[in-house]
Ligand binder design. Sequence first.
Ligand code: NAD
Length: 421
Amino acid sequence: MAKAQLASTVALSPLDTAHKQLDIVADRLNLDPGLREVLRTPKRELIVHFPVRMDDGRIRIFEGYRVQHNIARGPAKGGIRYHPNLCLDDVRALAMWMTWKCAVVGIPFGGAKGGVVCNPKSMSKGELERLTRRFATELSIMIGPESDIPAPDMNTNAQIMAWFMDTYSMHKGYSVPAIVTGKPISIGGSEGRFEATGIGVAITIREAATRLGTPLQNARVAVQGFGNVGSVAALYLQNLGCRVIAISDSQGGVFSGEGLDIREAMRYKEAQGQLDGFAERISNADLLELPCDVLVPAAMEDQITAENAPRINTKLLAEAANGPITPEADAILAEKRVFLLPDILANAGGVTVSYFEWVQDLQAFFWKEAEIKAKLESVMVSSFNDVYRMAQEQGTDMRLAAYMLAVRRVTEAIAARGIYP
Ligand code: NAD
């Protein structure tokens, strides 16, 4: 069943998709109907409406959310998103996916997500700071270093986490660095957090290539999106001997059959603000269809669709971005026997080092970068092996295997704890 079924979630809302994915996995695992209902339903949800004084003196009311999907395996963990189209159902879906992502890499967190309906691009720094501080105060009845630990997500960053941490700490009367991750290093952030997701992507690709018998020496790699995740993944893949033949940003991409110098490309992008001019031009659409050995969509969701999936020409595809492949395209790629590294595994290096940041904050003892990288390597390799073994045992693809592993781990925790009282 596997491949087509997880992919049959066409044109659904994120929450419908998340429910459908869960149903497929629950059927496959023959889950008790009561347990299935527990997993479908968020544990806690908070909706807040709060005023912010804008720069022109007006008061505006904003709506914000925090959803804890499941906390059977540990405190809730998940980002804070600022977006004009945010809605509660989307936050519910994102929280559920965080539960699975934490479970698949075996870190002791449950899943959460939150955010504010706002357009941060039209707000001043002062307005964003006041919104963040008030939102952190509104959430303080639900979050805490032992209960629910936010992090950056779309349109939020280390500065916003610093305001979050400071606000929470002001109310407590002492510093509580473990209240958020993704903070600046000066206030308890972790070494290695910036590179963690890209390194994790490269590690899972290396492990997959070994299993597939595809040597990475000279392997052709194309990376869509040259931001935090894409640029670091490209650099590490180059260090593993790959030939990175194409990279891109939102303006378009550059190509060289001989392989691009990724460090030079990073310097060029830093100096010029774009990749255009660094090498021969290639469009984002053409980049995805290049004949290559490894394709890494690292930009945004829904980049590989039913329209372009038939022309994708790679052996291995790593979902560095969240949800870059539509469910219809997923089915097409499965038919073409592309080996897929699903997002909840491939890009879990970020939440893994967030976990390390939280551990360091709680113990007030900080690790060196080399130690963090060694621990990240260990988590990513064993997670890859766990998912690969599940895929082999169950005769399924890596996406369904990752979901099965995650759901099984969460249900084991629920069963071990029992239903209270
Ligand atoms: P980023 O903003 O640093 O980089 C995104 C890159 O994609 C930029 O180079 C941008 O120019 C490019 N881009 C945007 N639209 C594009 C388009 N249409 N075509 C091609 N390129 C485009 O973001 P990031 O942190 O690198 O995140 C990238 C993806 O990885 C997102 O899906 C994010 O949710 C996911 N992710 C990130 C992390 C993390 O730790 N940063 C963790 C897990 C998942």
